[in-house]
Design a protein around this ligand. Structure first.
Ligand SMILES: Cc1ncc(COP(=O)(O)O)c(C=O)c1O
Length: 309
């Protein structure tokens, strides 16, 4: 029994998946089992809680965030519970279902052009920051630069994976968006066993893979793509490549095509970023071996994307 849903966040299950060509075993951490149906419940609770602790967010205050959808949903739920106003800036990439859901929880949603350069005043980052500046009692959580994003996964997701596998995992596979999930988990897991290989999944059209290999932030890499939450057009402050061993860059179409076969064969439905993870198994950067024990993280559920699937 929990006093509120906040206490029910985390402890998501690790379930074996068979939809991959690898020689070892693969287990998926299904973050859709969180109350807000995604991994972002963990960071929303942590970032908002820290703002309260630091006295920056007070009763009746306003929480502002730039989000592709899942962080927004988790924040909207927590704001509903705690009586804060919730103002979300997102892009034209957001699915209809996700937008309607935010409004259902009482959040106000502002849609910004997904093509806007990150530093342009029209981008969802700039508009969120400007709105928070102009609004008394408002805090901008800024998940791309908020260390409590990464800390949330270091403190909860990483230890859960280590305990659930009894330390047996050899590889960890995770999408990089803000980089908070992969960086927090990877740091914790490598502290337990530095031999664990950490593989980041990025989207074709994002600049993160080239940045990993060359250290160069190259806007020439950017192309429009539809995968929500995978890859970035900036290098977020919450991405720590020093804990990552390899990057795999996957396409929209191939990622989306991996979702339905797993649903039909195994009854396991994941969102597009989960499809990106499944595609990464087909672009495996290592020699696959029977003794491999692979853990991947599926950030959310496919039910939020029915119009896209
Ligand atoms: C659906 C989805 N998958 C994956 C991610 C990536 O997680 P992270 O931001 O921790 O890198 C996000 C983040 O926005 C997301 O919304």
């Amino acid at each position: 029994m929990y006093p509120t849903f906040l206490d029910a966040i985390g402890n998501t299950p690790l379930i074996q998946v068979k939809s991959h060509p690898l020689k070892g075993v693969v287990f998926g951490k299904f973050e859709s089992f969180n109350p807000g149906h995604s991994s972002k419940d963990r960071i929303a609770r942590q970032m908002l809680g820290k703002m309260e602790e630091q006295g920056k967010l007070k009763a009746g205050g306003t929480v502002v965030e730039a989000s592709s959808g899942n962080t927004a949903r988790s924040l909207a739920m927590i704001c509903a519970l705690k009586g804060y106003a919730c103002v979300i800036f997102t892009t034209t990439k957001i699915s209809d279902e996700k937008k309607k859901l935010l409004e259902l929880y009482g959040a106000s949603v502002h849609i910004c052009p997904k093509e806007a350069a990150p530093d342009s005043p029209e981008s969802y980052y700039s508009r969120a920051a400007a709105f928070a500046n102009e609004t008394p009692g408002a805090v901008y959580l800024n998940q791309y630069y908020n260390k409590f994003n990464t800390e949330a996964h270091y403190a909860s997701t990483g230890p859960e994976i280590w305990e659930q596998t009894e330390g047996k995992l050899t590889h960890f596979v995770c999408c990089a968006g803000t980089g908070g999930t992969i960086s927090g988990c990877a740091r914790y897991l490598k502290e337990q066993n530095p031999d664990i290989k950490v593989i980041a999944v990025d989207a074709v059209g994002s600049l993160l893979t080239k940045y990993f290999h060359t250290g160069q932030i190259d806007p020439g890499e950017l192309k429009p793509y539809r995968l929500e939450g995978v890859g970035k057009n900036i290098v977020p402050g919450t991405l720590h490549n020093e804990f990552i061993d390899a990057y795999v860059q996957v396409s929209d179409a191939e990622s989306m095509d991996r979702i339905k076969p797993m649903a039909r064969k195994e009854g396991l439905l994941v969102g597009p970023s989960g499809g990106a993870i499944l595609q990464a198994f087909y672009q495996w950067p290592y020699k696959s071996k029977p003794g491999d024990f692979v853990v991947c993280l599926f950030p959310d559920h496919g039910i939020s994307y029915l119009s896209k699937l």
